[in-house]
Design a protein around this ligand. Structure first.
Ligand code: ATP
Length: 291
């Protein structure tokens, strides 16, 4: 597969008069394949937004090579419009014109692109049809975020950048949003998202990169991150009113043995592997201890 995004040795240092220099991105290498959903996970201040803003062409860098759809966003050589036409961006927070309606806002943004999607279809895709003529100031936080996504996709982008797209969503809105993102992937869009939510990365991403202190700790599928698939399984059950548990490489065998002991159903049996959240917190925690 072709790489939609390729990054080598990316580095960004912020000069801060009060606190001195801050290395926000400290030598990042990344490949995002065409058509994949790639998530960048990391705690506050890890360098996620800085990285994404450099890829979007909104921030310069101090070192490294960057290619997004074959162009260097820091040196577009006059190809700005051609390149921007293929990029969709949903920033962490947007301030839309409060008095425009949803339809007016989407149509307005559509004019920036050479070959925009049909505004009505885009509004329907983000589930805002019944708000088509509502003014932006009357929308809820979740509805505004969906409008942000509408503005990100109205140009029919090849790559969509989403910076913490579902912050502040209720669980149902989050799930609806995930379905929208999966549909965009099926239609061929490459998606790079940053998130604090482990369940979001697990539900959406083909691969995740965990970053901390401007460095990548690991890139893997959500199932494999931190050796998750090879971690011991926890088998837990109730016996004589007490919770029992063991950690094992062969849970099937253990459960079969237990079933024999109990002569049938094992009370309150649970077999589990570490969650993505547990693995992630261990990775971040280990780094903080060793830093
Ligand atoms: P969050 O999850 O909180 O959005 P993040 O992973 O996106 O965090 P960045 O916003 O990229 O992190 O910030 C990385 C580091 O760079 C932080 O220490 C931050 O304080 C610092 N930083 C970001 N922007 C600037 C700036 N304009 N000037 C100085 N320092 C900055």
């Amino acid at each position: 597969m072709q790489n939609a995004i390729k990054v080598r040795g990316l580095r960004k240092v912020y000069e801060d008069k009060k606190n001195g220099a801050k290395v926000a991105v400290d030598g990042i290498d990344l490949n995002v394949e065409t058509g994949e959903i790639f998530a960048i996970l990391g705690p506050n201040g890890a360098g996620k937004t800085t990285t994404v803003e450099i890829l979007e062409g909104y921030r310069d860098r101090d070192a490294g090579e960057v290619s997004v759809l074959g162009f260097d966003p820091g040196d577009l050589k006059g190809q700005d419009r051609t390149w921007r036409n293929q990029i969709g961006i949903v920033l962490q927070s947007t301030s839309d014109a409060e008095d425009l309606t949803v339809a007016e806002t989407v149509s307005h943004f559509a004019h920036y692109y050479s070959n925009p999607k049909d505004s009505e279809e885009v509004i329907a895709a983000v589930g805002l049809t019944d708000k088509t003529n509502a003014r932006i100031r009357t929308l809820s936080g979740g509805q505004r975020r969906r409008l942000d996504v509408a503005l990100g996709i109205v140009g029919g982008p090849k790559i969509l950048f989403l910076d913490e797209p579902t912050t502040g969503f209720d669980p149902e809105a989050r799930r609806t949003f995930w379905e929208l993102i999966k549909t965009l992937q099926i239609e061929g869009t490459t998606i790079l998202l940053t998130t604090h939510y482990l369940d979001e990365a697990e539900a959406l991403a083909n691969r995740v990169a965990v970053i901390n202190n401007g460095r990548i700790l690991e890139v893997a599928t959500p199932a494999n991150l931190g050796g998750r698939m090879n971690a011991k399984a926890r088998v837990a059950w109730m016996a004589n009113g007490r919770r029992e548990e063991i950690f094992t490489d062969s849970p099937t065998k253990e459960v079969a043995l237990l079933a024999k002991n109990f002569d049938g159903e094992i009370p309150e049996l649970v077999v589990s592997r570490p969650s993505l959240e547990e693995i992630y917190l261990t990775m971040i925690g280990d780094q903080e201890v060793s830093a």
